[in-house]
Design a protein around this ligand. Structure first.
Ligand SMILES: [Zn+2]
Length: 266
């Protein structure tokens, strides 16, 4: 009896001490193996119509690099909740990085791999944002301010990623920018201005230029990257990012001037 008790105690201690993410680590390893098989395939095209094709291996290649950074807030109450979500197969969502309230950074996927953070999104003519971007999630419930430590870590991470992959500053944007109406993260409390002051993303000049009379705000929004199929939604997304004090779809002079300013920075 005593022996069983000690055995159970040992088992409990062992379980508590093990990595709760062991299963997801194993699963990621298996998926990496399968990806290796995928990229090693040398199937011929098989286009038919008498078109001859063959595979001759070039020796000059490497991996494709991310060219955008998409920022998110998790809309969850704790980072543990987010980490759990991103390690469960059935959730089908992930990000490359999660930054905790205290500034700690958790990397969940190699930068060269495609995380599932953008969902159905478009920016300019690009419809597969996940394939060209890195996703950074900030642990934030959506209504609280972002902590100083968290933003400090974000700035350090952006500095590294922007340099490593030569990412244009205009390509550091929010989830709400690429999915108007469907997404509203990061929230109006996100310090986009501070980011731009540090060289990440763009922001309006302190003295805003007045847009010319014949300025076409809809076209400019489209040139910046917004999906303008539903113009009020695109305006609202723009205001969430660049005006923040008013998040609505009213296209007043102040908004037109801000669109003009950001348009000039493309
Ligand atoms: Zn998001």
């Amino acid at each position: 009896m005593k022996l069983i008790f000690y055995f159970l105690l040992l088992f409990t201690l062992y379980s508590c001490g093990t990595n709760p993410y062991r299963a997801s680590e194993k699963s990621q390893k298996t998926q990496l193996k399968s990806l290796k098989e995928t990229v090693s395939k040398k199937d011929t095209l098989g286009l038919g119509s008498g078109i001859k094709s063959e595979f001759i291996s070039t020796v000059n290649f490497n991996l494709r690099k991310p060219n955008y950074i998409i920022l998110h807030h998790t809309a969850q109450d704790s980072i543990q909740q987010t980490l759990k979500t991103f390690t469960l197969v059935e959730k089908q969502v992930s990000a490359h990085y999660v930054i905790a309230d205290n500034g700690d950074i958790v990397q969940m996927l190699n930068d060269y791999l495609r995380a599932w953070h953008a969902g159905a999104s478009t920016w300019g003519k690009t419809t597969d944002i996940n394939s060209i971007s890195l996703g950074i999630e900030l642990d934030n419930n959506g209504i609280e301010p972002f902590s100083e430590l968290q933003i400090k870590s974000l700035l350090a991470l952006l500095a590294k990623l922007k340099k490593d992959y030569n990412i244009p500053t205009q390509n550091i944007i929010g989830h709400s920018d690429i999915a108007p109406k469907r997404k509203t993260d990061p929230s109006m409390l996100f310090p986009w201005k501070l980011l731009a002051e540090n060289g990440y993303g763009v922001w309006t000049d302190p003295i805003i230029r007045v847009a010319p009379e014949n300025f076409n705000a809809e076209m400019a929004l489209r040139i910046i990257g917004y999906d303008t199929k539903n113009l009020p939604d695109a305006i609202k997304s723009f205001k969430l990012h660049f005006i923040q004090t008013e998040v609505d779809s009213v296209l007043d002079q102040k908004t037109i001037d801000a669109i003009y300013d950001i348009y000039l920075k493309q």
